[in-house]
Ligand binder design. Sequence first.
Ligand code: IMP
Ligand code: MG
Length: 175
Amino acid sequence: MTIKEKEFTKFLSREEIEKKIKSLARKINKDYQEKIPLFVAILNGSFMFAADLLKEIKIDCQISFVKVASYEEMESSGNVKQLIGLNDNIFNKDVIIIEDIIDSGRTISKIHSEFISLGSNSVEVATLLQKPKSKENKVELKYVGFEIPDKFVVGYGLDYDGLGRNTKDIFQLKE
Ligand code: IMP
Ligand code: MG
């Protein structure tokens, strides 16, 4: 597959992804039997993973969608990340954040602490992909699909410059 003159080769097939999602869902169904989790999917990247995962969740649950907006703060030089679109009351809820990929882990740390400060009862993370760098991060990732090498991937919701989200398989940048 070629996107903007970059070559990508198939990395994870739709069958492998489907199988992994079923096994993640089995764990969640078991762990949350006595609860009614609120899944919060982080747009845009996680839309396909969220849809396929939720189809395998057999317990009562809720789902909501949020975006993470990044902006440069005027005073400090840090890149500030803010959650937008969180309309549900999450106080006392058992939240499961759905992410497509965790790279440095910076995004997920921000989101995680925001949920904690809003009074969630518990906050866990379900991510389809995890890159090695994130291991240095403090946030525990309870449900991880695939641990992958530090190479750029696209497809199945993940994009390269806004393109390539609309595939059933996941592709990796060819070196
Ligand atoms: P982090 O804050 O470094 O963990 O960044 C996570 C975000 O970076 C993800 O939600 C993706 O939007 C993006 N990202 C990181 N690695 C990739 C990749 O290989 N392909 C596409 N997007 C990526
Ligand atoms: Mg993302």
